[in-house]
Structures are given as structure tokens and as C-alpha cells.
Design a binder for this molecule. Sequence first.
Ligand code: CMC
Length: 428
Amino acid sequence: MADSKASLSIDGNVIAELPIHKGSAGNDVIDIRTLGAAGYFTYDPGFMATASCESAITFIDGDKGILQHRGYAIDNLAKQADYLEVCYILLHGEAPNRTQYDEFKSIINNHTMVHEKLVHFFHGFLPDAHPMAMLCGVVGALSSFYHSDLDIHAPDQRMRSAHRLIAKMPTIAAMAYKYSIGQPFVYPRNDLNYAENFLHMMFSVPAEPYVVSPTVARAMDRIFTLHADHEQNASTSTVRLAGSSGANPYACIAAGVASLWGPAHGGANEACLTMLTEIGSLDRVDEYVAKAKDKSDPFRLMGFGHRVYKNFDPRATVMRDTCHEVLKELGIQDPLLDVAMALEKVALEDPYFIEKKLYPNVDFYSGIILKAIGIPTNMFTVIFAMSRNVGWIAHWDEMLGQPGQKIGRPRQKYTGEINRKFIPLSER
Ligand code: CMC
């Protein structure tokens, strides 16, 4: 039922009456689904103003710097909940009570191990393979282990896939790291919490246990939470599009991992730390700011700018506080943090960045925290993928549970040749 109507007229003639629907918050949407029949497509490369779906999971108001999951503000979640609680909220829509939380935690714990055969997949990779390449391949391969449990129309089977993915992602991510440095894989420990267990699998060795610092575990958990979901970003839209064809969840999540990898998206945290390292000292900050402003130079300040946030990224605010807390508690003096602070200051005061509304995003500080807690740079995007996994799976599950779900099939503005006479090769 339309809340109101828009009429589209071309050269003074009304060609379509388009229903307008209201959401619970955010922009109203003009339903253009009948427009194709009137002989028009809308044209919106990069989805600047296109709502691709209806969703009740995450709300963002980019102008006001608001991010809410199921109505709960991100800074409350980051400071007062743990990541598994956020996973529950994203998947189920409500904050769990103690019994529901304990039950959810125990289900996730029961799925943390991977089949021993999966170990062999890693041995097919060269040791210098990027961990994202391993994550992408191995997550996709999970579907070959659970083919009897892949009825995407059965809500209980979809939820089981969600649990498996949330539980196994850290195990697979840590295995990718261990493989890349030539150390034996470390099995999960279910007596530890989600973040502690990940750190244990990353840093324990058979010769010596790894004592997990509560500060580091808390920071890790907060990084997971701050990356858990972000409505219809590139990787989530990729998962939805892959899933719209009926593809299995593991294949869809592998597609999400691939999409996240790019430096304009999840790859930005790795690129940001590489950039800060390259800048190296305070006296070079101005030079890099000038490079970022130079139209003839493709260089961009990594960790700056966002398609949606035009005032500030609320995740970056929490991440910045966490960054200071972690470095202080661990007693780390990192010169890169000084470079980051100087860069932030210059960029925020510079008319170029003010005019284009370019603010530090979540990836600007996360790299410094990850570095401080000993995570190697090439694992940064893997950690983003592990964290975002729950968002992807929540959106995939929501989409499949909606009535009238259709395969995603965008149209195009065609600019190629037409009606050419084909001349056989022998005559050309
Ligand atoms: N440094 C310098 N200039 C920039 C930057 C930057 N980081 N980002 C955007 N601009 C300029 C850009 O050159 C353009 O200028 P003009 O209008 O003169 O052509 C203008 O700002 C608008 O940029 P855009 O590329 O049209 O904006 P977008 O909304 O398509 O891109 C973005 C958003 C995040 C891809 C982009 O800001 C960027 O490449 N940032 C650096 C990479 C990064 O940090 N990505 C992580 C995003 S947050 C984590 C996540 O959600 O994945």
C-alpha cells in the first residue's frame, strides 16, 4: 500500500504514477518497479540513490552520524555488549536475555572446530598467499562439507549455517595466519570467549601457551562489534545478490569476502596502515595531504571519506577512544599514532576535506589498534571479514525469509554497436 505517489512526466506527459513508501526512519523510497513497462530504466551506477531492498537490520543516517543495529546505537553496543550479543541481535532482532545469550554462546562454541579434511585445503596454497585469498577459498569450500544441510528455504537450516559461519570464521582466519607463517594450526578453546579464543588460535604455539590480556581481548571484541554490519555496503549487497539466485550460504559469504577485499572497502584498514608507515614521520604529513588533494595524483588518504557518512563516522569515534585506551593500557608509544593524529588534524582543518566532507572512517584507527595488539597487517582485512560475516548472514537470512523474493537482475544503459551484419571469418 503506497503512502503517497510520485508522477513522472517526460516533456510534460505523465508516463507513470509511482508509489512512494515510507520506512520507519530514513529517506522514503519511490517504487520504480513498473517503470520498465513504460519504456524507461532508472540509471544509478554506484547506487547513489537506489534502495536495493527492504531491511529491518541496520539503520544509518549519514548526515547525523547515526548507526543503529535493530534500533540499538552502535556506541552503546560497542561499550555495553559483547560481539556475540551483537551477533544475536543482528540475527534475531532483539537483545537476548541471559538464558538466550548463554544458549547462543554454547551453540557457537559447539561449532568452532572445522573438519580435519578442511586442513588439507590450506596446503594447496603457497605460503606467501594473502590470507584473504585463503579465507575466500576455504569459506566457499565449507559448502562441500554441509551439503545435506543446505535447504535455503528452511529457516532452521539457514540458522544452522549462520551459527557455523560465526563459529568457524575465526578458526579459518587463524589457520590462514598460522599457515602463512609456517606454524602448526591451533585448535579452538571453548572455555575462552569469542575474542580470547581468536587471539589464542592466532598466537598460541604448542611450545608455549599464549596468555590473553583482558585489554587486548576487549579491544579485539570491540573491533568485531564495530565492523559487524553496515546495511547495504558493497560486500553485503554482493552477498544478497549472490544469495538471490538461491546459491548456498558458504558460496555467498565467500563472495562477500571477495568484495570486501578491495581497498575502497575492507582493504582500506590494511592500506591505511601501509600509508601511515610510508608517511613515517610528522614532517611528511603535509606532503601526503597535498598528494591527496592533487587531481592528477590517484593517491587518496586511506581511512578517510565514506559514501554515506558526511559528518562523522560514529564507529570511528568509538574506535579512536579505544585506540587511545589500548595504547595507554599497553604502554605503547607508537609514532604512527602521532602521524595519524597529525594527519587527522591537518585534514579536518583543510578546506578540501571540509568541502568534500571527508572525515576519518572506521578503518583509520582500527589498523593502529590491530598493530598494537600484534596482528600483522595482512590479517587486518581478514578480521574485518570475520566481523562482517554476521552482518552478511543476517542480511542473507532476512532476504530469503521475505515473501516474493526475486533474483537480483539489474538492467543497463546500452552504448555498444547494434544490428551489425556478421561477415564469416573466411570472408574477413
Ligand atoms: N582522499 C582524498 N580525496 C578523496 C578521498 C580520500 N580518501 N575520498 C574521496 N575523495 C574525493 C574524491 O577525489 C572526489 O573528489 P571530486 O569530487 O573532486 O572528484 C570526492 O572526494 C568524492 O569521492 P568519491 O570517490 O566520488 O566518493 P565515494 O562516495 O564514491 O567513495 C570512498 C567513498 C570510501 C570509496 C572514498 O572516500 C575512498 O576511496 N576513501 C578511501 C578508502 C577508504 O578509506 N575506504 C573505507 C571506507 S569505510 C569502511 C568500509 O565501509 O568499507
